[in-house]
Design a protein around this ligand. Structure first.
Ligand code: ATP
Ligand code: MG
Length: 297
């Protein structure tokens, strides 16, 4: 088992505890020869009150990691805790309640309900839970995300970026303590993207929420406190206090290794954290279409 990534080892100030934790987290899809090992015995501690970014090539397991940490999918092996509660093994009903009370999730696909308008989509999780939205907070979210004049529109009447902002507002509406955001800026122009990032940053700094965000954009990752790099279902590196430049440099190192002929590559598993493993062959950073140019900052 690898050493769990923990903020204590990053040089960042001691976090206010652990918001989510995984040990030996493994997810396999399919069976027999077609098995895909999406996550390979991952150990991770997500520090409470921090903004953590997750990066890595397409197919490296980022979305799978988020789904499992949020209790949205079953694990093949390993354990997940939200705070002190182990969620692996919880009954569906308990899990649903825990998720509803504590987690906001922004999916890579927006998962908006087509027959509901934007406002109804935003408040849906709370309506289901029988919770009353905090009007002031909801107004703030809607205002900041620039959705005021789109609230009556249904998803099909909104642009991709607007749909993304509705999904963002939905995740934030109940002011969850833990927010998972899967490429929340992927479909946004740079202004709207910066707003979403600023919003997530504020959620951490001003509201003591915890944010975990998948991104392919070094400029977006630079808003985080810590970046975790995934490759082939493993965490291969981490970077505290990232800048767009340092993240870009790190991604280039994936590229260099990827560009070398196979015999020039270091042996797999040489070190858990040097980022050398798991970027060989198909699915390397360049193949994966990672945009290694920051489009903002
Ligand atoms: N439902 C599924 N059935 C079979 N394989 C799956 C399923 N979901 C994911 N996978 C596989 O698991 C691996 C990890 O997928 P995942 O969606 O976590 O990648 P990702 O890092 O989020 O990629 P991207 O950057 O493209 O979103 C991929 O090889 C993918 O094909
Ligand atoms: Mg994904």
């Amino acid at each position: 088992m690898s050493t769990p990534v923990s903020a204590a080892a990053t040089g960042l100030a001691e976090p206010a505890g652990v918001a989510a934790r995984a040990r030996a987290l493994t997810k396999a899809y399919g069976s027999g020869e077609t098995t895909v090992l999406a996550l390979d015995s991952v150990d991770v501690d997500i520090a409470r009150g921090r903004f953590t970014a997750v990066m890595g090539p397409s197919g490296s397991g980022k979305s799978t990691l988020m789904h499992l940490l949020a209790g949205l999918d079953t694990v093949s092996a390993g354990q997940v805790w939200l705070g002190d509660t182990e969620i692996t093994g919880l009954k569906e009903k308990e899990l649903t309640q825990l998720r509803r009370d504590r987690i906001g999730f922004m999916f890579q696909s927006f998962n908006l309900i087509p027959t509901l308008n934007a406002l109804e989509n935003i408040t849906l999780p709370m309506d289901i839970a029988g919770q009353r939205p905090d009007r002031e907070w909801l107004d703030y979210v809607i205002e900041t995300l620039g959705l005021r004049d789109r609230l009556k529109h249904r998803p099909a009447q909104l642009s991709g970026g607007q749909q993304q902002r509705v999904a963002c507002a939905r995740a934030l509406a109940s002011r969850p303590e833990l927010i998972f955001a899967d490429e929340p800026t992927g479909n946004l122009d740079s202004r709207a993207g910066l707003e979403v990032l600023g919003f997530l940053r504020d959620a951490v700094d001003k509201l003591e929420q915890t944010v975990v965000m998948v991104t392919h954009d070094p400029g977006a990752a630079a808003h985080a406190d810590l970046v975790l790099f995934l490759a082939d279902g493993r965490i291969v590196d981490e970077m505290p206090r990232p800048t767009a430049e340092s993240v870009l440099e790190r991604l280039k190192r994936f590229d260099v290794i990827h560009a070398q002929p196979p015999h020039a590559q270091p042996p797999r598993g040489r070190a858990e954290t040097d980022g050398d493993q798991g970027v060989s062959g198909a699915g390397g950073v360049q193949d994966a279409g990672i945009d290694s140019k920051p489009d903002r900052d």
